[in-house]
Design a protein around this ligand. Structure first.
Ligand code: S3P
Length: 730
């Protein structure tokens, strides 16, 4: 990428950049600059072959360099900029690697009068408690985040170069405003370092040789690891960012004051709540972090069959609703068969964040200590809902009538999904919801306790999420709230409200609710998810010698479109042992190999099979003749654009798949091998895994991490049943 990379300041970070750039072939030679007092360090860098040359003369060190990185402590940067100014070249990419950004930008504009367009401010979120070039590692930035804080003046061409460079070292790039960067880092990095230094300082002064250090293992060691960091560097960072750090120290002092008071006054419950809140918040953070950093790749060998008996995980829609209604009920609700997937867990954590005590899930069992319709508490921070559209849309309705405000956020996919479909009708009820200009998350819901008004809403699209959202808002509105739907959609909310002893009126395509007393806690047995079952219905149909029984599957008639469609295509599916469990119809489903034929999918089945089209497209690719889907425009705004993404993947596998505005035309035939991208969409990933049962070569599927949103254990379960699948971190 670069002929000559020059590093100014070859310590841990500068040295690691040099090592990583070399290991990843990002430059031909590497020079370094340092001051006379850095000579030993520079010599060591040369001896370790971290750099190819060094100079104590800046002009010489940077001559002919096409990329210059300033990796000195932030306090040294103003002086470096002054020196660099005389030799500045407009064609060179300059970057820093500093942990604070406000002072770097201020120093640049002081020296240059304006921010040079070829300077890209960058902060790698990576480090180690060891310092110096001896500790430098080529892998230090692998899988780590690098934050760019470009200014309006920063040239796109140089941002692109910087992006290639850091991605080449294995980093993920994020963008932030300078101010936002410094505020966030003050809380997430600078304050924790100060606390670690302070604690060791306090305990060390007390008893350095004595018991405290002798017996300090676990907690003390974990907590104070970062107090081994370089004091000079941290002095610099803290001084540079004190305007953000000082208010945080004040807040922390007051939090400690509160805890002291709780201890003095024996307020065990309050203290327990504080600790529980913190534990749950940390879990949410870890979930987000895992989502950000892990990329999972499935590799599926061609052939295989599906045989045996299996119970797939619990229904996602019902699991979400069990937490929501259980939380709003009076009394304790026990749930079994709960889906321990990321989406349903996002809902569970959202309610914990609003003060509901929820135990589990352990083996699918959850106990919810309901707080009543008016018992939720304000969440202390934005509620992160990951990939889960159902959580976000239903929560909008439920939160609209609360006595507090809340902010809902989600991952990249969820932050791109349309929310006006709920914001518009809720606003007609008097809700106040702020979104981005595009009508997407983050959403701020300003609770309008007591001020919501029931309306009648004629839904322009068939959406169970919109319907459920309005019914939940209706629990808080004056008068009646009624919704008509253009086609039947899943009715789990209605059924479950009745299960919680709250009346809902259903008349034709209209459902009506008004607040009537309270919800009464009940027990819920969540059946297996027919949407997860669908992969096996298709897989066993298309693979020779398959005979599979799927146990305890929810067959609510608003969800069984996939069975109707597959049967029209000639599938061999039998419903056995039909029964009703907790207000929902359930059956065991036996499916055997069958020769499928292409059909024109009746539009009346679209809403009833809305989540199953990715895998139905795979069935169509294996069928004889043409399959045509129309009237399914909604597929374009699911976790991904499921029409485009499936058509792209099928074409890669050699299938004639023509996307249309509201569906797809698929010519059945043979499926080849190849690498397809699921775009983080769980159902796309699992559908292509099933395609391998009939493929002529290996199928590699990228971006499969979100399979955990709806189907934890998918890989091991399918492998057990006969699919040649493996999964690895990418
Ligand atoms: C869901 C409804 C459907 C479905 C989603 C879950 C629900 O969305 O696609 O996976 O639980 O209510 P729409 O109602 O928006 O079609």
């Amino acid at each position: 990428m670069f002929k000559k990379l020059c590093i100014i300041g070859v310590g841990l970070i500068g040295g690691s950049i040099a090592r990583a750039a070399r290991a990843n072939d990002l430059c031909t030679t590497i020079s370094a600059y340092g001051r006379a007092q850095d000579l030993d360090n520079l010599q060591q860098a040369l001896a370790l072959k971290v750099i190819d040359s060094y100079s104590l003369n800046l002009e010489q060190a940077i001559s002919d360099a096409d990329c210059v990185i300033i990796a000195t402590p932030v306090g040294a940067m103003p002086a470096i900029f002054k020196q660099l100014q005389a030799y500045w070249s407009d064609s060179v990419l300059y970057m820093d690697a500093g942990s604070t950004k406000g002072n770097v930008i201020a120093a640049l504009s002081l020296v240059f009068g304006d921010i040079p367009g070829n300077f890209v401010p960058a902060h790698p979120i990576a480090g180690a408690e060891n310092s110096g070039v001896g500790a430098a590692l080529a892998e230090l930035f692998q899988g780590k985040r690098v934050i760019f804080t470009p200014c309006v003046q920063t040239d796109k061409h140089f941002i692109k170069q910087a992006t290639y460079f850091w991605q080449g070292m294995g980093s993920h790039i994020s963008y932030m405003q300078v101010e936002q960067h410094d505020a966030v880092l003050a809380a997430t990095s600078h304050l924790p370092h100060i606390i670690a230094f302070a604690l060791v300082d306090l305990l060390g002064r007390k008893d350095e040789q004595g018991d405290i250090f002798k017996y300090a293992a676990g907690g003390f060691k974990d907590f104070t690891r970062i107090a081994s960091s370089d004091p000079t560097m941290w002095l610099d960072i803290c001084m540079a960012n004190k305007q953000h750090i000082i208010p945080l120290i004040e807040q922390l002092s007051s939090e400690l004051g509160d805890i002291k008071r709780m201890l003095q006054d024996n307020q065990a419950q309050e203290l327990h709540d504080t600790f529980s809140y913190a534990r749950n918040a940390r879990q949410r953070f870890l979930d987000q972090h895992n989502n950000m950093t892990q990329s999972i790749i499935f590799t599926v060998q061609p052939g295989g069959h599906l045989q045996g008996e299996v119970r797939v995980p619990g229904d996602k829609s019902i699991s979400h609703r069990s937490i929501m209604l259980g939380s709003l009920a009076e009394g304790t609700t026990h749930v079994t068969g709960f889906l321990e997937g990321d989406d349903a867990l996002a809902t569970l954590r959202a309610f914990q964040a609003m003060g509901v005590q929820i135990e589990g899930p352990v083996d699918g069992q959850v106990t919810i200590h309901g707080v009543g319709l008016d018992g939720l508490q304000a969440p202390k921070e934005p509620i992160y809902l990951g990939n889960s559209g159902t959580s976000m849309r239903l929560l909008c309705g439920l939160l609209a009538g609360q006595k507090f405000d809340a902010v809902l956020t989600g991952d990249k996919s969820l932050s791109g999904r349309p929310m006006r479909r709920v914001i518009d009708p809720l606003s007609k009820m008097g809700a106040v919801i702020e979104s981005t200009d595009n009508g997407t998350a983050p959403l701020t819901i300003r609770g309008q306790s007591g001020a919501l008004q029931g309306i009648h809403y004629d839904m322009p699209i068939a959406s169970a999420q919109v319907k459920s959202c309005l019914l939940l808002a209706g629990l808080y509105a004056q008068g009646k709230t009624s919704v008509t739907e253009p086609a039947p959609t899943r009715d789990h909310t209605e059924r479950m409200l009745s299960g919680f002893s709250h009346p809902v009126e259903q008349e034709g395509n209209q459902v009506t609710i008004s607040r009537q007393g309270q919800l009464k806690a009940t027990n819920i047995e969540v059946p297996s998810d027919i949407s997860s079952t669908a992969f096996f219905l298709v897989g066993a149909s298309i693979a020779a010698n398959s005979d599979l029984t799927l146990k305890h599957v929810g067959i609510n008639p608003t969800r069984t479109g996939v069975i109707n469609i597959l049967q029209l295509m000639g599938a061999n599916i039998e419903l056995l042992n039909q029964r009703t469990v907790g207000g929902e119809p359930v059956a065991d489903i036996r499916v055997r190999s069958a020769a499928l034929k292409g059909i024109a999918i009746p539009e009346e089945f679209v809403a009833l099979a809305i989540d199953e089209f990715p895998v139905l497209f795979v069935a169509a690719a294996c069928a004889e003749g043409t399959t045509v889907l129309t009237g399914a425009k909604e597929l374009r705004v699911k976790e991904s654009d499921r029409i485009q993404v499936m058509a792209d993947g099928l074409q890669i596998l050699g299938v004639e798949a023509q996307p249309t505005e509201d569906g797809m035309v698929i010519q059945g035939g043979t499926i080849g091998g190849g690498t397809v991208v699921s775009h983080g969409d769980h159902r796309i990933a699992m559908s292509f895994a099933m395609a391998a049962l009939r493929a002529s070569d290996t199928i590699v599927i990228q971006d499969c991490e979100n399979v955990n949103t709806s189907f934890p254990g998918f890989v091991s379960l399918t492998a057990q049943l006969g699919l040649n699948i493996s999964s690895e971190e990418g």
